[in-house]
Design a protein around this ligand. Structure first.
Ligand code: NAD
Length: 403
């Protein structure tokens, strides 16, 4: 039988930054489950809870926090019976039995929830995009690194077999020198309805929290916060962080671009202030990249990345990847595929990697630096769109200016 569990003692150790794999496993016996708490149990939060449930021998949710009661009620389907519930996340963080947090709040809350969680001695699975700005992201990296907590950013491509094996091909030189990478995302979405109603109690002030400007209750802002720059960097960062990460992981050692320009328009949600059709161009040291999205047309539906090298082109998407050799000739009959992987991007391997790292105290697949670098390019593009100018990243990668 394992040693008796004394998480209070463990968490005191965690706060002092002295967690090791052996001290962890002594305290969390081999047959014991990692006790999780979720903050922000909306759409993504519940989907993640369902995915964590695929590892019932390793973990369980014992606490749920959301500022919207219906989302607490619905999330209880995925938690242990009698899980603790609250609308105030610091109350959840004070629960010493909770070892790790899932942070699936809207983006304007990511920094506070993440930093408060690690300060409370919790490990964190923190959803993307990592931050609201380059400067905030740099502060978040420092804050997390001042602790010994394990933090996995919710960028599941980093743990996907499809993407990892695609990277290996690129490292092996199959594409030759990369000259151009093109990321795209196309959906035909419905506009936000003119009127929306709540289905239960909402703590609107606690939703707005760190947002710079507070408004009287507005249900559309609550349900469709992605449409407003008060709460996020819009679709540029929301989807861009996933795709730019793959491009720069493959072609630039995971480092962000030097500069960006971007044009955008609002076609769908004119009540909001973020472009829902845009194209950004990024300058990496040895290649160019583009990032194009519209939510008003679904040609080639969903996401896709083309990576064009001097020897071959890789197309990567939800079906896996295909590699076509050079050269293409008109009339276009694609040359036979020379490498292929069939399979999508499940979230479970990323979750399993997080759970393994909680026990081993190893670095997870998407640590904070990856999350920060992945959204730096989309932040540059947002600045370029708003200022209608080229924006350049500083040498230390912590600020940006018009240039
Ligand atoms: N990795 C992925 O593929 C992926 C997919 C979807 C969403 N996400 C990310 O997950 C996050 C949530 O997105 P979503 O689509 O679930 O949004 P959502 O609006 O459905 O859920 C967010 C939830 O957070 C709650 N919330 C807001 N402020 C809170 C606070 N202070 N304390 C506790 N709860 C609070 C809201 O009430 C809501 O239930 C976003 O950052 C998004 O980018 C990631």
């Amino acid at each position: 039988m394992n040693e008796p569990i004394n998480r209070r003692r463990f968490m005191a150790g965690a706060g002092a930054g002295v967690i090791t794999a052996s001290s962890y496993s002594r305290i969390l016996g081999a047959n014991d489950r990692i006790q999780l708490g979720i903050i922000g149990s909306g759409g993504r939060g519940q989907s993640l809870m369902n995915s964590f449930r695929k590892y019932p021998d390793i973990c369980e949710f014992i606490a749920v926090c959301d500022v919207y009661e219906p989302n607490i009620r619905d999330a209880l389907r995925f938690s242990r019976e009698n899980a603790k519930t609250t609308m105030a996340y610091r109350e959840l963080l004070a629960n010493k039995d909770v070892v790790a947090i899932v942070n699936a709040t809207p983006d304007h809350w990511h920094a506070n929830v993440l930093l408060d969680s690690v300060a409370a001695g919790k490990d964190v699975y923190s959803e993307k995009p990592f931050s609201l700005s380059i400067e905030q992201g740099a502060r978040m990296v420092k804050g997390v690194r001042a602790t010994k907590q394990v933090v996995q950013v919710g960028m599941q491509r980093r743990s996907s077999e499809a993407v990892r094996s695609a990277k290996k091909l690129i490292d092996d030189g199959v594409l030759g020198e990369i000259v151009l990478a093109r990321a795209q995302w196309y959906w035909n979405s419905k506009a936000v309805p003119a009127k929306m109603t709540l289905d239960g109690k909402l703590d609107w002030e606690q939703f707005q929290g760190p947002a710079k400007k507070h408004y009287p209750l507005d249900e559309r802002r609550f349900f469709h916060w992605r449409t407003y720059s008060d709460y996020n960097g819009g679709h540029l960062t929301d989807q861009g962080t996933h795709l730019m990460d793959v491009i720069q992981w493959f072609g630039n050692d995971g480092k962000p671009p030097r500069s960006a320009v971007c044009q955008g328009q609002i076609h769908l949600n004119k009540n909001g202030d973020v472009p829902d059709t845009f194209s950004a161009v990024y300058e990496y040291p040895t290649f160019l990249a583009t990032w194009t999205l519209t939510y008003s047309n679904s040609y080639e539906e969903s996401w896709k990345i083309h990576i064009q090298g001097r020897k071959a082109t890789m197309v990567i998407d939800d079906d896996g990847y295909r590699v076509y050799p050079e050269i293409w000739k008109r009339p276009i009959i694609p040359p036979p595929v020379i490498h292929e992987y069939k399979g999508g991007i499940p979230t479970e391997p990323h979750i399993k990697n997080f759970l393994d790292c909680i026990k081993s105290r190893q670095e997870p697949n998407a640590p904070v630096e990856v999350g920060h670098n992945a959204v730096t390019g989309p932040h540059l593009a947002n600045m370029a769109y708003r200022q209608m100018r080229r924006v350049v990243l500083s040498e230390d990668g912590q600020t940006a200016k018009i240039g």
